[in-house]
Design a protein around this ligand. Structure first.
Ligand SMILES: Nc1ncnc2c1ncn2[C@@H]1O[C@H](COP(=O)(O)OP(=O)(O)O)[C@@H](O)[C@H]1O
Ligand SMILES: [Mg+2]
Length: 256
């Protein structure tokens, strides 16, 4: 049995703002095993980002609770890394300095930290870009640098919110394949929100499908491929059938 790393127990969220009450996320229960790659797909505004922020301790649940490795999440933790859609690298800092930011805000840098940043940059093919500034990197390279920043504290778990959404489709496909290798070599547990059913099926071990807001889990799909993925699988019947099962929830008839 693979132990659960993330345990979401009847967690829900409403926002109570000046402009009114928003029931953002319905009651949600899910357990995610160590080393899994779980994608979350669902209509716009159904509470995906809200759920990810709750798992990461950026916002509290309104009801229910979320545990990571058996401890309730109450604030951001060093063993959870975040990657957002628009990588927010600081333009006045070098790539290496950007990767080291999560460390710098906590403590004085050691030579070991700098070596670790360079190792990570090597791992994502940016070994010779440590001294370059973000504007000298392409979109895909900036996103790889953000992934390094999320990995610098060696988190057990990586939360990614539409991490490849801003990339052109070819770069995106390359990043999907590249990230599959990175996930395999690092053994991290990944939870990724994506709008792309193809990306979800290609990269994940499991895809959680959510309903319209307030989002609830309507399906939980095991992906029937080996952990190492090659673009070839996209043409297979199993890939098509799995994608169709998920797409079914988003056809107009099923939303009406
Ligand atoms: N800080 C907030 N205050 C008020 N409403 C919010 C806030 N954040 C998100 N919402 C609302 O909650 C719902 C879910 O948002 P979100 O989790 O961002 O959805 P998704 O990521 O699935 O598109 C949306 O209706 C959104 O407008
Ligand atoms: Mg979102």
């Amino acid at each position: 049995m693979i132990p659960d790393i993330i345990d979401i127990r009847n967690a829900s969220k409403h926002y109570d703002t000046d402009s009114g009450f928003v029931h953002a996320l319905g009651e949600t229960t899910a357990r995610i095993g160590e080393g899994a790659f779980v994608s979350i797909v669902g209509p716009s505004g159904c509470g995906k980002t809200t759920l990810l922020k709750m798992i990461g301790g950026l916002i509290p649940a309104s009801n229910g609770e979320i545990l990571i490795r058996g401890t309730p999440v109450t604030s951001p933790r060093a063993d959870v890394g975040f990657v957002f859609q628009n990588s927010v690298l600081l333009p006045w800092k070098t790539t290496r300095e950007n990767v080291l930011l999560p460390i710098v805000v906590r403590k004085k840098l050691s030579a070991q930290d700098i070596d670790r940043a360079d190792e990570l940059l090597d791992l994502v093919g940016l070994g010779s870009f440590g001294d370059r500034y973000p504007h000298e990197l392409s979109g895909g390279m900036q996103q790889r640098a953000s992934i390094c920043r999320a990995l610098i504290q060696d988190p057990a778990c990586l939360l990614m919110d539409e991490p490849f959404g801003a990339l052109d489709s070819l770069t995106r496909e390359n990043m999907n394949v590249f990230f599959n290798g990175l996930w395999l070599s690092t053994g991290k547990t990944v939870v990724m929100v994506t709008h792309s059913i193809q990306e979800a099926v290609f990269m994940s071990t499991r895809v959680i499908v959510m309903s319209e807001r307030p989002g609830r889990i309507v399906d939980d799909v095991a992906i029937p491929f080996e952990a190492q993925r090659s673009p070839d699988i996209m043409g297979s019947a199993a890939f098509g059938a799995t994608a169709a099962r998920i797409r079914h929830y988003f056809t107009k008839a099923n939303l009406d």
